[in-house]
Ligand binder design. Structure first.
Ligand code: SAH
Length: 219
């Protein structure tokens, strides 16, 4: 059976990963619980699956990566850090669907956008196999966001643009927060942007390394 060997050992390795995240400074128990429960190995090819509970980004094909668990936890924690947790969340860069799965267990609705159709379809199947249904998928250019469904209480971007995408900012509710890596390839700054009654506040968080956010839809 697929992934059976991993299934048998994974609880221990998953618990070890959660301990590592906690030691690294992740505090929100909701986030730690969801990461503990989410089978990351389901979101990668079998050849890579034995490494699923290492705290590293790993290749998922098409030159893309599944994000590092610590960064997934950190970004999710930052989005949830408000008196009323966000209900409607936009995710740019579905990739493997792992971050989507984490979010879907913590908020009401996730709207996720990906520019590579094979990745989007594969993510959809994997999320369905876990019986997660509170998400909508869109194939397209994340720089445009998802105008029809806007505004969003939160936006998470898991690929790195060189500058803040203006269109996306406009799709936040007042009080809504966006977490996004911004900068040059290889090294970017994770930014927290909060929409105010007038304008936006910006806060620089960790240094991170995401794949670049690319303009336009892939063929
Ligand atoms: N959260 C994902 C990260 C995947 S890597 C995971 O953990 O698996 C980033 C993803 O962003 C890639 O799949 C890439 O194709 C996608 N991406 C890059 N530029 C994009 C854009 N302009 N619009 C939508 N998706 C984009």
């Amino acid at each position: 059976m697929k992934h059976q060997g991993i299934g048998m050992t994974s609880q221990r390795t998953r618990n070890r990963l959660i301990e590592r995240l906690r030691e690294g400074g992740i505090q929100d128990p909701r986030v730690l619980d969801v990461l503990r429960q989410t089978p990351r190995h389901v979101f990668m090819d079998e050849a890579m699956a034995s490494r699923a509970y290492e705290d590293t980004a790993l290749p998922i094909g098409h030159g893309q990566t599944i994000s590092q668990p610590f960064i997934v936890a950190r970004m999710t924690e930052v989005l949830l850090d408000q008196p009323t947790p966000p209900s409607k969340v936009l995710e740019i860069g579905t990739g493997s669907g792992y971050q989507t799965a984490v979010l879907a267990q913590l908020v009401d609705q996730v709207y996720t956008v990906e520019r590579i159709s094979q990745l989007l379809n594969q993510a959809r199947q994997r999320l369905q196999s876990l019986q997660l249904t509170n998400m909508q998928y869109r194939m397209g250019d994340g720089y445009q966001g998802w105008e029809k469904q806007a505004p969003f209480d939160a936006i998470i971007v898991t690929a790195a643009p060189e500058t803040l995408p203006k269109e996306l900012l406009q799709q936040l509710t007042v009080g809504g927060r966006m977490v996004i890596p911004v900068g040059q390839p290889l090294q970017q700054r994770l930014m927290l942007i909060v929409r105010q009654e007038e304008g936006f506040s910006e806060q620089a968080l960790d240094w991170v390394s995401f794949v670049p956010m690319i303009k336009g839809q892939a063929s």
